[in-house]
Design a protein around this ligand. Sequence first.
Ligand code: ZN
Length: 172
Amino acid sequence: MKRDIVQMGKKVLREKAQFIEPGKITSDKIQSIIRDMHESLATQNDGVAIAAPQIGESYQIFTVAPFLFENPEKEHLVYINPTIVTSSKKTKWLHEGCLSCRWKVGDVERSLQTTVEAYDEHGNKFTQSADGLLAHIHQHEIDHLHGILFVDKARKLRDMTQEEIDDVLNDK
Ligand SMILES: [Zn+2]
């Protein structure tokens, strides 16, 4: 079931999300939250990833949009209890926005490479190293699970122009 994206100002976005016991990952409750996250993310033209608190669930889960990958069925789209185990010292200021901070954009300093440990939707643990957009997503989404929003860290934070917003809404 698709749900509304929770907007900045709501408490759930500022809480530390709950750890999920690995044995409970395959429970109906967690599986239905994961489904709702995929469906809710798919409603957002500019959405590349979403964290569970953004649909009102304070659990340590984030999901990534399948359209980012050529063969999404071979990729990890679900990250449960994710932690960043290493991140590069080398950083870059990158342009960011957030589905929960409409309609703001700003630049955030992020590591260029990250390695994450997480469980997948079947309850299997995996390790993933990434650079580029995926490394960026790791950091933005794991921040969400700690109650941190990009606006807390951003420089040159500003409201998008109506034209920019229209571009997003009319895309696809
Ligand atoms: Zn976000």
